[in-house]
Ligand binder design. Structure first.
Ligand SMILES: Cc1cc2nc3c(=O)[nH]c(=O)nc-3n(C[C@H](O)[C@H](O)[C@H](O)COP(=O)(O)O)c2cc1C
Length: 359
């Protein structure tokens, strides 16, 4: 078989996956103020068959944590019921359902929050002219409880993989970075203080969920907000010491294309995942710029990462994983790497979607 490493099953931290392909979280902005799953979500995920693991898009754990007003949410019963149906759709497709739990912190605007105010680690580091409130200690505890409650609910409704968002400049990442965190309490200052919010969230969520699901973090292992790779490696090691059996390594802020680094088939984001894997030995989901199944195969065959996430490739062609696993890779309609990604702002304008004649 051509992609024997990519199609090999794997067991990590109690999670059994039928292959090494992951659909990473990819927001489609199809909800409304309710934050509910609707038919658009169900159809979108139903079409995307084949990955061993499908991670449902960034889902807000608190009303003020939304990145946009049309984001999926998980802080009430109706939202949980919709997400349960979505997990079932993913499971019926043969994939393991996962979900990303998210709080945007200061990376949102009050007009998306239906009257709520953005909450930030340090008001002094927030763009001037926009309203926000600096997180008090009770706010921090309440948001951590929101993550824990959402993780517990996600496990209750069938998600076997639960990832806390600690990358891309959102709240976990805002605490990690000295550029957005100027606090002088135990959540700011030294690296270990800046890690505290995310590590406490992880520890409490993982304890709450126990063996019912694998809890992990999408970690911005180095970010263009002042976080270095050494700091990312340190956070990765601490998460591992707390029991994280796997990390999803990423970075970046908006939605760039991820061209290969000069002299390498892999992007700089994928290289971060490879570095974390090599320097810590912790199993890693690598992501960034993979559109060719043979690159995904080499990443696994060479032991560079343990699972490969294919984002824009699976948006461009919902059958990317099935075509790969069935040896029909020649018929994949490939993402051509528009920068910025057109799918992100308007799926109908994505060249691959146009080519497939689907909107
Ligand atoms: C349309 C779109 C939506 C995205 N939504 C999310 C998201 O909800 N959460 C997240 O952590 N990353 C999100 N990302 C980033 C992807 O998960 C992925 O890391 C990135 O696209 C790089 O992988 P790729 O080159 O395979 O697409 C999004 C990217 C795109 C293009």
């Amino acid at each position: 078989m051509r992609y024997q490493h990519l199609s090999a099953p794997i067991r990590i931290g109690g999670l059994s996956l039928s292959n090494r392909i992951v659909m990473p979280p990819l927001v489609i902005w199809a909800s409304d103020q309710s934050g509910l799953v609707n038919e658009t979500h169900l159809n979108h995920y139903r079409e995307r068959k084949g990955p061993g693991l499908v991670i449902v898009e960034a889902t807000a754990v608190s009303p003020e944590g939304r990145l946009k007003g049309s984001q999926l949410c998980l802080f009430n019963t109706a939202q949980a019921q919709g997400l349960e149906r979505l997990a079932e759709v993913i499971r019926r497709n043969g994939s393991v359902p996962g979900i990303q739990l998210h709080h945007a912190g200061g990376k949102t605007r009050s007009e998306y929050l239906y009257g709520e105010t953005p909450l930030v680690p340090s008001a002094s580091r927030y763009p001037s002219g926009q309203s926000c409130r600096e997180l008090s200690r009770p706010d921090i505890s309440r948001i951590q409880e929101d993550f824990v409650r959402a993780a517990r609910t996600a496990a209750d409704i069938g998600y076997e993989y639960i990832e806390l968002h600690g990358a891309h400049g959102y709240l976990g990442c805002q605490f990690l970075s000295p550029k957005t965190n100027a606090r002088n309490d135990e959540y700011g200052g030294s690296l270990s203080n800046r890690q505290r919010f995310l590590l406490e969230c992880y520890e409490a969520a993982a304890r709450e969920v126990g063996s019912r699901a694998l809890v992990t973090v999408r970690l911005g292992a180095a970010e263009n907000n002042g976080l270095t790779l050494d700091e990312g490696i340190d956070t990765a090691r601490r998460l591992s010491l707390l029991g994280a059996p796997l990390l999803h390594v990423s970075n970046g802020h908006d939605v760039p294309s991820e061209p290969p680094l000069p002299g390498s088939p892999y992007s700089s984001i994928m290289q971060l995942g490879i570095s974390v894997r090599q320097q810590t030995g912790i199993p890693v989901i690598g992501v960034g710029g993979v559109t060719d199944p043979s690159d995904a195969e080499s990443l696994i065959a060479d032991g560079l990462v343990d699972l490969v996430a294919v984002g824009k490739g699976i948006l461009a062609d919902p059958e990317w994983a099935m075509k790969t696993l069935e040896g029909r890779e020649d018929s994949i309609v490939s993402c051509i790497g528009c920068s910025p990604c057109r799918w992100f702002s308007d799926p109908g304008s994505c060249p691959a979607v146009k080519k497939r004649g689907a909107v």
